[in-house]
Design a protein around this ligand. Structure first.
Ligand SMILES: Cc1ncc(COP(=O)(O)O)c(C=O)c1O
Length: 451
């Protein structure tokens, strides 16, 4: 394996001298040489010149099959013409206002058409903000302070939920609340009840123990960033719905990745489970920054609708922002959803996901490697383990060194993907890109098998 890793590093360096040069300068101005951690890759990041459809090109002119696709938003591939045309027209008529544009209502209705449980919603700019605001709504509505989150679930970059992701500990049935990185206050840890993903009995027991303090429980029905592609059991989600409803705890679906991706109605449609609140982002911005949070009318109206006058004694939350009426993102989101609604688009995308998962398992069987491909629809995760992982602890027990070498090999051979497990297919891909992706995976793994 060491030999394969050295070969991949050497190949990467040979193909990317301009990226190496830029990194030399960039790391003096940008920590790690990158605008955000997700772009960091050892031995140095790849700097991108342009992206179009299913591909991106680096500053040395190399073309990559983009299996990360911006972290999820570019579900139709980069810069889809229908979305770009709508945006080009919009920017001539304003980019943002505080005065509310009718476009917000049009998009809200379009979202609600597919997610009827989004009875009322507000738009924000990121998934982190959407989840954060959902929690604030839940705390305001219930008057309770704590929020339950699952070990290994990722909900964005804000303090409250930056807990027990890849950092975990304690007994499996009673996970500890641990900070994900430095700078997370202790007070936040104390307000977060960490629950064991995909473990129904222990989850129900913990929720019952903390029931009177819990405002909400938030969950990813398909793990993304940290639980790359691990799907929550249907029975586990049903039990979660039941126990939260029984105790007046709000259930928040974090559909930042799954919304409009696993189905137009997201995980709520796939599972048939209705959450109280939902956080959306990525796809709904059509490639531009946009998030949304919302759900039950009684909750949203009670704590988000502004007070109507001195006689209105509701306790409402603060929810506002300079770019709250971002016409560019709203317009792009509308155009994107209209494209996704066209017959066959999501089916094709999901078929591609099936082809990648099946193809990867076949490659594993051919090469005698324990490859387990997980995921749902266009979300896929590839692991080196005897059994498909179900939790972050299983991921930690899988062969991480082999995975790291594999992902480095992909980068060196023209596939852009996370350095861990998560990947996406997109609607701009055809069978030839899927075949090319699988061929590259095969040759990278064959090289690893040689030493
Ligand atoms: C499930 C989930 N929730 C929240 C977020 C945070 O979204 P953003 O990066 O837009 O803040 C992400 C980002 O990857 C995510 O995958």
């Amino acid at each position: 394996m060491r030999q394969a890793r050295n070969l991949f590093v050497e190949r990467y360096r040979r193909r990317t001298p301009e990226s190496r040069r830029i990194y030399g300068e960039a790391r003096r101005h940008l920590p790690g040489g990158v605008p955000g951690n997700a772009g960091y890759r050892p031995p140095y990041p790849l700097y991108v010149e342009r992206a179009a459809g299913p591909f991106l090109w680096d500053v040395d002119g190399n073309r990559y099959i983009d299996s990360l696709i911006g972290g999820g938003p570019h579900i139709l591939g980069h810069s889809p013409p229908a979305v770009m045309d709508a945006v080009a027209e919009q920017i001539r008529s304003g980019t943002s206002t505080i005065a509310p544009p009718a476009t917000a209502l049009v998009l809200a209705r379009q979202i609600q058409k597919h997610m009827p449980h989004m009875e009322m919603m507000r738009f924000v700019h990121t998934g982190s903000e959407a989840v954060h605001m959902s929690m604030r709504v839940a705390r305001a509505f219930t008057g309770r302070a704590k929020v339950g989150k699952f070990e290994g679930n990722f909900h964005g970059g804000y303090d409250n939920l930056l807990v027990s992701g890849t950092s975990f500990g304690g007994a499996e049935e009673r996970p500890l609340s641990l900070p994900e990185g430095a700078g997370i206050p202790r007070s936040v840890l104390a307000d977060t009840v960490v629950l064991p993903f995909n473990n129904t009995d222990a989850t129900v027991a913990l929720i019952e123990r903390h029931a009177s303090e819990l405002a909400a429980v938030v969950v990813e029905a398909v793990g993304g960033t940290w639980l790359g592609g691990i799907v929550a059991d249907q029975g586990f989600l049903e039990a979660l719905r039941e126990v939260t409803a029984r105790h007046g705890i709000l259930l928040i679906f974090d559909e930042v990745i799954t919304g409009f991706r696993v189905a137009l109605g997201g995980s709520a449609e796939v599972t048939g489970i209705t959450p109280d609140l939902t956080a959306l982002a990525k796809t709904i911005g059509g490639g531009f920054p946009l998030g949304a949070f919302g759900g039950r009318r009684d909750i949203m109206d009670q704590v988000v609708t502004p007070r109507r006058g001195p006689d209105d004694d509701r306790l409402t939350i603060f929810q506002s922002g300079t770019f709250q009426s971002n016409l560019v993102s709203l317009t792009a989101g509308l155009a994107m959803l209209s494209e996704l609604e066209k017959p066959g688009v999501l089916d094709r995308l999901n078929d591609h996901g099936d082809q990648v998962r099946e193809g990867m398992e076949k490659i594993g069987a051919n090469l005698g490697l324990p490859i387990r491909a997980v995921g749902q629809g266009s979300i896929f995760g590839v692991y080196f383990a005897d059994e498909p992982p179900r939790t972050i602890r299983d991921i930690a027990d899988s062969d991480r060194e082999l995975a790291a070498t594999f992902y480095l090999g992909l980068l060196a051979h023209g596939v852009y993907i996370t350095p861990y497990h998560l990947g996406f297919t997109n609607a701009a891909q055809g069978r030839s890109e899927i075949d090319e992706l699988l061929d590259i995976c095969h040759s990278v793994l064959a090289t690893i098998g040689e030493g």
